[in-house]
Design a protein around this ligand. Structure first.
Ligand SMILES: [Zn+2]
Length: 59
């Protein structure tokens, strides 16, 4: 029996407002549509990440 690497069932695309269920054979974070967008850098990144970079603690 061949072992096929699969991901957890019922994962949802991480793109905002996208509720596409990812295939267990899709190991990416996004559905195929948004995966292309993510690869081309055309995806909205969480604003919290940006804030974390800008907010530097002064010592
Ligand atoms: Zn998606």
């Amino acid at each position: 029996m061949k072992k096929v690497k699969t991901s957890a069932k019922g994962r949802v695309c991480r793109y905002r407002n996208c509720h596409n269920i990812l295939s267990i054979y899709n190991h990416e974070e996004y559905c195929h549509v948004h995966q292309l967008m993510a690869l081309s850098g055309n995806i909205n990144k969480p604003s919290s990440l940006k804030k974390a970079v800008i907010k530097k603690q002064k010592k």
